[in-house]
Design a protein around this ligand. Structure first.
Ligand SMILES: Nc1ncnc2c1ncn2[C@@H]1O[C@H](COP(=O)(O)OP(=O)(O)OP(=O)(O)O)[C@@H](O)[C@H]1O
Length: 344
């Protein structure tokens, strides 16, 4: 694939809508998602459970169940080529080689009845014409590269013989085996304890640097975001509600949902007994508001029009985008911080 000289994005998702067929009707799980990942960039996607992070990433990989899901609109451009137009055979070539993915629980991604070596070698055989001996040597090098000591022994072991952290390292080895330009990591450290989590994040950073690889890291952990991200995409109820570089996101969040997420991080100097949380839940697909802001009923800053006018994602500060009527010129914020109702 040749990078389009007019477009410096490695991945560009445009107006993506992906839905599930429930009781014969298509319900969109993600709506009008726009985002991009530049070469070598670490983009973190954050949001509460159920906000569409995984559906978005599985849409990129074309790994959603065909029988009940559908990309109903939009484009997923990778190096300028639309992945939604590719056949299964073409996507098999992209997966692993150009874009790789790791998941939260490596035990579910690894096959328990095959050795680590045979699973790693299979990735190599799928894309490269090499002998068994060469593949085994490459597999050992890869295991070393992800920090597995005694790789010559581990290569012949089965997944259940390894710790959670080692299994995730094996998954990372499989993911980087073919030097992909983009790694999608869906909650890669959630199932691990904190020390192992820190080691895995360190490893991902190190590999990203050495391999010149971009990472789209999906997480609900803002500590991970602060540690890893160049840029952050905040999702809520199937939509991107804010995108910003990491420093601005933490220092000058724009969307009330981002503010609420940041406000729910426990702080050492907090003397309140109760942790801050965002009241309410993300609406289910069947109960998604079709008009207005999807966060309105949980938003402390909501005003009259928020349930009536659907906000669009718009640039609200240099390089910072938010989907919120607070920044719509028709809905000016008063100096007192109160919102004015627009008089038509
Ligand atoms: N196979 C499926 N069939 C029907 N609905 C689904 C399916 N997979 C996901 N959904 C729905 O799509 C919405 C988005 O789910 P998704 O898994 O992308 O959320 P998420 O942000 O990744 O959450 P988590 O952090 O818990 O993984 C949710 O309402 C979920 O119930």
């Amino acid at each position: 694939m040749v990078l389009n000289q007019y477009d410096n994005d490695l991945l560009k998702i445009k107006n993506l809508h992906t839905g599930f067929i429930i009781d014969g009707e298509l319900h969109n799980a993600i709506v009008d998602v726009n985002l991009d990942v530049k070469p070598k960039e670490v983009v973190c996607v954050v949001g509460e459970s159920g906000c569409g992070k995984s559906v978005m990433s599985l849409s990129v990989m074309q790994l959603l169940p065909k029988q009940n899901s559908k990309i109903s609109a939009g484009e997923i451009l990778f190096n300028g080529e639309d992945l939604t137009k590719k056949s299964d055979k073409e996507m098999n070539k992209v997966r692993g080689k150009d874009i790789a993915m790791i998941f939260q629980e490596p035990m579910t991604a690894l096959n328990p009845v095959f050795t680590i070596g045979s699973q790693l070698m299979e990735v190599l055989f799928n894309h490269l014409e090499i002998s068994k001996k060469e593949a085994r040597e490459k597999a050992i090098v890869l295991l070393k590269q992800v920090g597995i000591s005694r790789p010559e022994k581990i290569i012949d072991e089965y997944p259940h013989q390894l710790s959670g952290g080692m299994r995730q390292r094996v998954m990372i080895a499989m993911a980087i085996a073919l030097h992909p330009k983009l790694l999608i990591a869906d909650e890669p450290t959630t199932a691990l304890d904190v020390t192992v989590q820190a080691q895995i994040l360190e490893l991902l950073k190190d590999i990203q640097d050495k391999e010149d690889m971009a990472i789209m890291l999906i997480t609900h952990d803002l500590g991970v975001v602060a540690e890893m991200a160049d840029r952050v995409i905040v999702m809520y109820a199937g939509q991107v509600v804010e995108t910003s570089n990491v420093v601005e996101l933490f220092t000058k969040p724009k969307h009330p949902y981002t503010e609420a997420l940041l406000g729910s991080i426990p702080r050492m100097d907090q003397d309140e007994e109760k942790l801050n949380s965002i009241e309410g839940v993300v609406p289910s697909l069947e109960n998604m508001p079709q008009v207005g802001c999807r966060f309105a009923d949980r938003c402390p800053k909501a005003f009259g029009d928020c349930t009536k006018v659907t906000p669009q994602l718009a640039e609200v500060a240099d390089g910072q985008y938010a989907r919120c009527l607070l920044y719509d010129a028709c809905h000016p914020e008063t100096t007192s911080g109160e919102k004015e109702e627009v008089k038509l």
